[in-house]
Design a binder for this molecule. Structure first.
Ligand SMILES: *[C@@H]1O[C@H](CO)[C@@H](O)[C@H](O)[C@H]1NC(C)=O
Length: 308
């Protein structure tokens, strides 16, 4: 402890004296946040509050809360209407250009931000993501949109109607974010063939070895499920489970799925290596308490392990 403090105090002097900055993050691992549907990077009641809370707890940590688009309004709209593959590639180039992230970063995605950040891990290994924390993410998608969070219920009604009318039509796929992770167990062929985002990152059409390899570069993949979730259907998706194909009642766990049994994405290998963690929180979608966050997620962000 004493040594650490001395180093911190000495840092400004070293900066002036020796020029290049060895570690711009003071030994902390930077954190990237991706907000959920109907939310934005900077809402003081959600992502803004989380960012502030983390910065209070981990002194000096760099927290980047992703804004998709040029301003908060665009960011919120893009969460409904901008092609997810395009969003992921925008984020990849933003992360690649951020000097503070080049030594690696942890990532925390809320709701749909959870599966979007997993796509970042699978497609963009540089800079390296260390730990991925998915908070209420839907890794096998959703089959139903019972309720939307926040104040976007009119948009939500519109979206639900479009999804029910034809989630796998090219037009809806291209323009509706939620259609890109719509997973209809009664129309498995349509899903596999037409889902532009989820079926691709979940290796439904083919096994992309790059995805398999990149995901396994994570030190840890943590999935948080909400035990009284009324927004995500089925809730099993938050732990990478889903409805069994051909019906819409019974669910299966990740470990029971073909994805895992054939290890098409490297998840079985990660599980054996102790890299997967399945956490549960009491409460409705994203309704965790600060005590729960501090006890369960904060320790994952405190790690100061750097590459050799
Ligand atoms: C596999 O994924 C990588 C990374 O996104 C991509 O560049 C490549 O084109 C994909 N390969 C196939 C066959 O889809």
């Amino acid at each position: 402890m004493a040594v650490f403090l001395v180093l911190l105090l000495a840092a400004p002097v070293l900066l002036v004296a020796s020029g290049p900055v060895r570690d711009p993050n003071n030994g902390t691992v930077p954190l990237v946040l991706w907000h959920g549907m109907g939310d934005s990077c900077c809402n003081p009641l959600s992502m803004g509050a989380i960012k502030k809370m983390i910065q209070e707890e981990i002194s000096g940590i760099y927290v980047l809360s992703l804004m998709i688009g040029k301003n908060v309004l665009q960011d919120t709209e893009n969460g409904f209407f901008l092609d997810v593959n395009e969003q992921v590639s925008m984020v990849c180039s933003q992360l690649a250009q951020d000097p503070k992230l080049q030594g690696g970063y942890n990532a925390m995605g809320f709701s749909q931000g959870g599966q979007f950040l997993r796509a970042v891990a699978q497609r963009c290994p540089s800079p390296p993501m260390r730990t991925l924390i998915s908070v209420g993410g839907q890794h096998q998608g959703v089959y139903g949109l019972p309720r939307c969070p926040g104040e976007s219920s009119h948009i939500c009604d519109m979206i639900r109607e479009a999804l029910n009318r034809g989630a796998y039509s090219d037009l809806v796929q291209k323009h509706l974010v939620q259609a890109q992770y719509w997973h209809d167990p009664l129309n498995d062929d349509l899903y596999k063939k037409h889902s532009l985002f989820l079926a691709d990152i979940n290796q439904e059409r083919a096994v992309n070895e790059t995805y398999r390899k990149n995901l396994q570069l994570l030190e840890k993949f943590v999935m948080v499920k909400f035990l009284q979730d009324t927004v995500v259907d089925p809730v099993a998706s938050e732990w990478f489970g889903f409805l069994k194909t051909g019906q819409a009642k019974e669910t299966e766990t990740l470990q029971e799925s073909v994805l895992y049994k054939e290890d098409r994405l490297g998840l079985a290998a990660m599980d054996k290596a102790g890299k997967l963690a399945f956490l549960a929180s009491e409460g409705d979608h994203l309704q965790f308490t600060r005590e729960w966050f501090d006890a369960n997620l904060l320790p994952l962000l405190r790690s100061t392990r750097r590459p050799a």
